[in-house]
Write a protein that binds this ligand. Sequence first.
Ligand SMILES: [Zn+2]
Length: 310
Amino acid sequence: MPAIIKPLCLALLALLIVSGAEAASCPEQGPLAVQVLGSGGPIADDGRASTAYVVWIDGASRALIDSGGGAFLRFGEAGARFADLDFIGLSHFHTDHSADLPALLKSGFFSKRSRPLPIAGPSTGGPFPGLQGFLEAMLGRERGAYAYLSGYLDGSGGLARLEQIEVPATPDGPVALTAVVNERFEVDALSVPHGPVPARAYRLRLGDATLVFASDQNGSNPAFADFARDADLLVMHMPIPPGAGEVARKLHATPETIGAIAQAAGAKTLLLSHFMARSLANLDENVGIVQSGFSGRVIVAEDLACVPVP
Ligand SMILES: [Zn+2]
């Protein structure tokens, strides 16, 4: 490297490190905060990691919702700790919501954690596995792609056993995940319509605070507004613009539908995430459509954005 370029590179590196340190301050921004690990979609053209969120409680990373591609990197950048997790919720088994799970589990191996870890995901449907099938395909001792991590299924080898909670299809109302009740929060789940893909929304209740992660969904389950009633933070995904085609609208809600749902639920803050190039193209306009139907606060996610919840 020419001598004159080297100092320049070092200066740039210093800037990047400072920026990373700032992003890691989410746990210091209040007793309860949600941090976006990935705000992008399934196509590697939006400059964002795929879907994942961390819930910070009293400075510790206590819940992880989804783990799409890129979550592994952002998890570390956020300063989150595998050992602190009380819950992992997987909304569905599209890659942009689940592909980095084995990488995070391998990373967790080095945390020396032995405390069992509850993990929830949908039951099987169509060509998609249920949680058990997904984990077996990843971690199964006999045929798993990452059989060397099979200790996560049974607690052997010093690994933390995953307490599997396969959430049945419950479109009419929520199901309480009784395995996820601890001194910090409770979790329940609701089936949401995402084309042919079994998908679940998750609701975390912490004292008076309610956080709702809507998952990918087209917004057509009338029970969802009740599920998200008075949420302090409602996280909804906006990968499609108005006027999207029929197939896209079977999978995802339009900006107009997102605004209507948030309004019907009476959510206090709406965090828009899971963007794709097609919804980023006219982002201001699309966010404006949401805001025209929703009277609460709207926040547009970026990777590592931190949203303190009052
Ligand atoms: Zn999806």
